[in-house]
Design a protein around this ligand. Sequence first.
Ligand code: UDP
Length: 322
Amino acid sequence: MILVVGGAGYIGSHTVKELVDSTEVVVLDNLSTGHCWAIDENAIFVKGDLGKEEDLEKVFSTYSIDAVIHFAANSLVGESVVDPWKYYENNVVATLTLLKVMMKHDVKNFIFSSTAAIYGIPEDTFLTEQSLTKPINPYGYSKLMVEQILEDFSQAYGLRYIVLRYFNAAGAHESTSIGESHDPETHLIPIILQHLLGKREKISVFGKDYDTPDGTCIRDYIHVTDLAHAHILSLNALLMGKKQMATYNLGNGTGYTIKEVIETCEIVTGRQATIEYVERRAGDPAQLIASSEKIYQELGWKAKIKLPAIIESAWNWHKRNN
Ligand code: UDP
């Protein structure tokens, strides 16, 4: 049985949907940012907190867990700058509690959601797993700290783990039953689509003086179902003993400026956006583009879905759910 911590969240719920086809899944989530409706009906749901040892004890003593996939975290760059305590408490301290209970119950397989934010301001155009890790916000630091903890736990306690460093997750499940839904919404693509649906007056673009071709930030967008598949492959690699520890970047390998993302949304939806340029958002690097060559070489994973199709899937979901 696989324990998915944070399985009611955006990337977690899409991964659970894929996982339930081949294995038994138990989801632990406190529903602080996730949604009950997003949890696949074939998964067992336990409401609880990964920072509370007693909640974890209940799960680990009730179910026979073979591996843990850990999605539960706060993940907003801007918020982490304003409220770093929240990020270190929920992302680092709570993960340590989870790992402690795992070690106690002799559960040694772990998949961890990390982020491109650990790279800070990139020195390389295409970030590889070897690129310098020097975060510029508490969110990135909180994830990098856990990566270090995992390395040390592996050496000391024999933990087997795979770290997946996501670039910008976007899109929705093809069934349109689940998609990206945050409250408040802060992510670029949902904000653009909500605007194009008439739910927001305009799109505020954070900064137009970055060192990029049109002055707006460049990001690498990756479909959430492509991400989900990377988790399944990683899990199988751990469970089959093919990997003991590994770190992989997950992106499409193509960067788009914010303006290009807005233009693509306009083309996909056939609607025109109203933009205002505002101050830069604290903690944002100018550019983040992945090289995902390593996971392709080692596990055969490659992102399949490109930006227009990512946006189309998100649009189909937003039209139905907004
Ligand atoms: N962004 C923006 N306006 C918004 C939301 C986001 O200009 O309303 C920018 C943000 O500053 C960043 C990019 O869009 O450069 C992607 O931001 P998002 O929050 O979607 O993801 P992140 O890169 O922070 O994980």
